[in-house]
Write a protein that binds this ligand. Structure first.
Ligand code: 5GP
Ligand code: ZN
Length: 113
């Protein structure tokens, strides 16, 4: 996707502070952290949002969650953490390349705002 900022980050065309990378997934620190640990985990392939998860890409999304769990362990988020994906306008999705916020290092309220 030519105009997608996260495709550019995945391709290394825009720099990011990386937490994990393999051939399919990249994790990098959010520019505007909402918790002491705030990492975005993305598939390198362009998928617009959680509304586009289907049988053709669900294994890739499962891999994203494996990476999130591995990072949470490595970063010592033993007290708990949150994985969030905002999907669509009402949820406040601002970048239209699916991403999972891995948030930790503080307590979170429920329900979310
Ligand atoms: P959303 O609002 O779509 O759920 O989340 C988008 C997230 O991407 C926001 O938390 C925002 O701070 C982060 N973000 C937007 N542009 C960049 C960027 O260029 N680099 C990094 N590291 N984070 C970004
Ligand atoms: Zn993209």
């Amino acid at each position: 996707m030519a105009d997608c900022i996260f495709c550019k980050i995945a391709a290394g065309e825009i720099p990011s502070n990386k937490a994990y990378e393999d051939d399919k997934v990249l994790a990098f620190y959010d520019l505007d952290p909402q918790a002491p640990t705030h990492i975005l985990v993305i598939p390198k392939e362009h998928i617009k949002s959680a509304a586009e998860i289907d049988e053709t890409n669900s294994a890739l999304i499962a891999h994203v969650f494996e990476v999130a769990a591995k990072l949470a362990k490595e970063l010592g988020l033993d007290n708990g953490f949150r994985v969030v994906t905002n999907c669509g306008e009402s949820a406040g999705q601002s970048v239209h390349h699916i991403h999972f916020h891995l948030l930790g290092g503080r307590d979170f309220t429920w329900p979310p705002g």
